[in-house]
Design a protein around this ligand. Structure first.
Ligand SMILES: NC(=O)c1ccc[n+]([C@@H]2O[C@H](COP(=O)([O-])OP(=O)(O)OC[C@H]3O[C@@H](n4cnc5c(N)ncnc54)[C@H](OP(=O)(O)O)[C@@H]3O)[C@@H](O)[C@H]2O)c1
Length: 224
């Protein structure tokens, strides 16, 4: 079966570009979305040059065109711009899986858990997009520093929350394709805890002077 096309909205940034490269290296067609078509094309060319032989070429489009071109839309922009960007791409997301990686943080206290008014960034995205979009939250606990290092072998897990088991299964496949162990972490309302864990990890990073503390779940079977 052919692999779904993934749009990474904000794929010009730290987190999204790391995910985009990992999926392209795993054989997924990936479209980088940006507010600027020119930036999308430039960054997709730069990222493609970093990929191993045999990867699927990356392409770049403006955000809405990228969402329209994709089967799965991944939003990787700062929480503060999430609602505005969703407004711009919503028509390209109907009947699709929409993955948010956003972590709401309240600067300057980025190591303190902060819940936005809607309970979580993912719940706010779902409320904005409506019921014909399958919103799934994932990758919030994976640092961009790790994603960017294609030689790094993931030792942390991706907690995947959402209200559709089928959509979560597809996102777990994406987590596994990117080299992680994807785990169904329950309904989308649980995204509030998963997002909050990132603030906890940021504090752990600061106190231990590291860049990529992560989460690993014990006690469940995993592939050898
Ligand atoms: N960085 C991490 O380690 C990490 C870890 C876990 C989760 N996350 C989450 O991943 C998401 C992206 O993080 P990031 O570090 O990749 O962010 P980033 O590099 O600052 O921004 C990502 C992209 O979002 C777009 N963007 C930036 N500011 C914007 C604004 N004011 N309005 C509209 N679009 C804007 C830009 O794309 P264009 O200019 O091309 O439009 C930018 O390249 C965030 O929600 C973050 O919480 C990050």
């Amino acid at each position: 079966m052919s692999k779904p096309t993934i749009a990474v909205i904000g794929g010009t940034g730290a987190e999204g570009s790391g995910l985009a490269m990992r999926w392209a290296a795993a054989g997924y067609p990936v479209v980088i979305g940006s507010r600027s078509t020119e930036k999308a094309v430039t960054v997709s060319t730069e990222l493609a040059a970093r990929l191993p032989d045999g990867s699927v070429p990356l392409t770049g489009l403006a955000n809405l065109a990228a969402a329209e071109a994709a089967d799965i839309v991944v939003l990787s922009v700062p929480y503060s711009s999430q609602a505005g960007i969703i407004d711009q791409i919503a028509t390209g997301c109907h009947d699709k899986i929409f993955v948010t990686v956003a972590v709401p943080l309240k600067p300057p206290k980025v190591a303190v858990v902060w819940q936005p008014p809607g309970g979580s960034a993912a719940l706010e995205a779902k409320a904005q997009l409506g019921d014909d979009v399958q919103v799934v939250a994932a990758f919030q606990n994976i640092s961009a520093a790790h994603l960017q290092d294609l030689d790094w072998e993931p030792d942390s897990d991706v907690l995947v929350t959402g209200d559709s088991k089928a959509a979560k299964a597809q996102v777990i496949d994406l987590a596994n394709a990117a080299g992680f162990f994807g785990i169904d972490a329950g309904p989308l309302t649980n995204s509030s805890v998963v997002e909050g864990l990132t603030a906890v990890l940021i504090g752990i990073n600061m106190r231990n002077k590291v860049k990529g503390a992560g989460i690993r779940i014990t006690g469940i079977p995993r592939p050898e």
